[in-house]
Every structure is written in C-alpha cells, then in structure tokens.
Design a protein around this ligand. Structure first.
Ligand code: MN3
Length: 193
C-alpha cells in the first residue's frame, strides 16, 4: 500500500524540554517523510505486493518475491516508515497508562521500575543506529531487545508494543553525546506506562 506521513497527535513543541521542537520537526517532516518516499518508490515497482501492508510483508519476508537489493531497501525504508509510525504513538505529552500492559510488565519483570531498568540497559548498550523495543513474541510473552538500523520486530514474527529511536537524528540537536540522558528522559514522554 502507499504510505503517507501520519499527523502527530501533538504539536512539535509539546514534548519540550525532553524532546526539543526542532528535533521533532526535522524528525517527523524530513526523516520520516524520506523513509516514506523511498518505501513507496520500491512498493510501486511490485504490483504483486501492492495490497499488502509493510507489517504483512515483513512477517512473510522470506516468501516475498522481489529483487534482493529491493528487499533490503524495503527493510531499511519500510522499517523506517512503520518504526516511526509506532514511535509517534509511543511518545506523548499526555500520559495515559495502559493498565493491562502494566500488569503484564509486572508479571514479566517484577515491577515497572525493573522493566525500565532492563529497557534502559538494552538501549544504552546498543551500538550505533537502531531502536530499543518492547514486543510480544510468538508465545505472547513480553521481550525487550534492540535491533540495528531500521529492522522491525515483524521480521521476527513479533508484535511491537513500544519503541525508542536510538538514531542520532532523534536526539543529537539537544543531547549531543549524552545519549544516556535522552534514554532516561524517554520515560517522561512515554504514553502508556
Ligand atoms: Mn528516527
């Protein structure tokens, strides 16, 4: 399917001071739009998969019959599309806790604080560009891990719940080399926890 840039539920300055206005603006209107344009250009070449969502394509990636270079470009750019779609739903100026999710987190990690610590450790130890993820695996169990670049949990058959962008473009204007501070401040703008 053809993708368009989703409108945010909040203004670019709504997450100040934790995520700055300029970063939000460039991240959404330039970076995300760039991934959308490139993913659409690849999808347009293949009418056979034009009705599928990127989530469906990634969940069946081994059986998707397109050129190998296009497949890798679709993982890179299509991942960029849906990973950011989720990120804009993960962060919000308005916290609205998901009680079912929190209950699941407490069962899996003991407490929300222990879960946050596990997530922060994964994010801090990720080298280079990528994302930190909370997902449900094929058994429905929660897992926390990071993936490089724009790889999507759908490639592993997992259902993403929330994610944190670890690419420098997501924090560098405000935080520069202080990535751990950006990661810690993530909890101040997470919507569902
Ligand atoms: Mn990004």
């Amino acid at each position: 399917m053809k993708y368009t840039l989703p409108e945010l539920d909040f203004a670019y300055d709504a997450l100040e001071p934790h995520i700055d206005t300029r970063t939000m603006e460039v991240h959404h209107s330039k970076h995300h739009q760039g991934y959308i344009n490139k993913a659409n250009a690849i999808l347009e070449k293949y009418p056979d998969i034009s009705e599928m969502t990127l989530e469906e394509i990634f969940a069946d990636i081994d059986n998707i019959n397109i050129e190998e270079t296009d497949k890798q470009n679709l993982i890179n750019n299509g991942g960029g599309v849906i990973n950011h779609n989720l990120f804009w739903k993960t962060i919000s100026p308005n916290n609205s806790q998901d009680e079912d999710l929190i209950s699941d987190i407490e069962k899996s990690y003991g407490s929300v604080e222990d879960f946050k610590k596990a997530f922060v450790d994964i994010a801090n130890s990720h080298f280079g560009s990528g994302w930190a993820w909370l997902v449900r695996d094929k058994e429905g169990l929660l897992q926390v891990y990071s993936l490089p670049n724009q790889e999507s949990p759908y490639l592993l058959g997992h259902e993403p719940i929330l994610n944190l962008d670890l690419w420098e473009h997501s924090y560098y204007l405000k935080y520069q080399n202080k990535r751990p501070e950006y990661i810690e401040n993530f909890w101040k703008v997470v919507k569902m926890i």
